[in-house]
Design a protein around this ligand. Structure first.
Ligand code: COA
Length: 261
């Protein structure tokens, strides 16, 4: 994995750790950082050494405090649409990645930061995390998929309330709304929880994990028949060596050794 200016990367035990690294700007996502995320996720799908991703923010104060407002301040109608579409595209790459992606959200998780966390497959927060979509305070709306993913995750009424008031909520409330999977006291604890979940996932059949991601995502696409996607994926699973290994291992009373093929 190449070096990036705004994102620290490190691969350990098949997990790619990404840390958004603009601490003096509360890890705000500028265009350059977004494009770095695009390059990274283009590589993640093909890189056999990477089996899972954890995204966090550098320091203790913020995961990501939103898109970089100094760049947003000079948009016009044409490049604003492009800005939104390109952010949506990059976050969809994360959501559709066939390898598990977990956000460890420490501190402010606002605007584009909340949208980035929501594009990940799961979210683990530190107890000081604060979530919100404060774009309305700037006279704009969430543009990186937030109006859609927040509604899906927490329901229409609460999503409307958060987006229309721009108010922040704490980690425990975010958990009670289904925005967050787990809340842990410190960043170290939250990272450890993410690693525990990833280690369990990596002991399962990789093709099945990718298909679960596809089927779950498909349930949120109005034109797609998620049940059909599920049946097709189920049928593809039984063609895999991992299916034979999983069922044989059960019958032979031993642990399976999945190969992802
Ligand atoms: N874009 C650009 N810079 C940002 C930023 C953002 N989204 N969020 C924070 N920063 C910068 C601040 O401008 C400040 O930079 P400076 O030291 O050069 O002045 C630095 O990060 C620290 O932020 P500051 O506001 O001084 O910290 P705070 O603890 O008082 O407040 C926040 C923290 C997160 C509540 C506040 O920074 C904030 O409201 N940020 C914007 C959140 C937002 O609206 N996000 C959606 C954008 S679409």
């Amino acid at each position: 994995m190449a070096d990036f200016k705004n994102i620290r990367t490190n691969v350990k035990d098949s997990v790619l750790y990404l840390s958004i690294n603009r601490e003096d700007k509360m890890n705000a996502l500028n265009f350059e950082t977004l494009e770095e995320l695009r390059s990274i996720f283009e590589e993640v799908s093909d890189n056999k050494e990477i089996k899972a991703v954890i995204i966090t923010g550098s320091g203790e104060r913020a995961f990501v405090a939103g898109a970089d407002i100094s760049e947003i301040a000079s948009l016009n109608e044409v490049n604003a649409r492009k800005f939104s579409e390109s952010g949506q595209e990059i976050f969809s790459m994360i959501e559709n990645c066939h390898k598990p992606v977990i956000a460890v959200t420490n501190g402010y998780t606002l605007g584009g930061g909340c949208e980035l966390a929501m594009a990940c497959h799961m979210r683990i927060a530190t107890s000081n995390a604060k979530f919100g979509q404060p774009e309305v305070n700037l006279g704009i709306i969430p543009g990186y998929g937030g109006t859609q993913r927040l509604t899906i995750l927490i329901g229409r009424g609460k999503a409307n309330e958060l987006m229309m008031t721009g108010e922040m909520i704490g980690a425990e409330e975010a958990k009670s709304l289904g925005l967050v999977n787990h809340v842990l006291p410190t960043k170290e604890d939250a990272m450890q929880k993410a690693e525990e979940i990833i280690s369990k996932i990596l002991s399962k059949a990789p093709l099945a994990i990718g298909m679960i991601i596809d089927c779950v995502n498909s349930s949120f696409i109005p034109d797609e028949n998620g049940y059909q996607t599920e049946a097709n994926s189920f049928a593809r699973c039984v063609k895999s060596g991992d299916y034979k290994e999983g069922t044989s291992a059960f019958l032979e009373k031993r642990q399976p050794r999945f190969k992802g093929e």
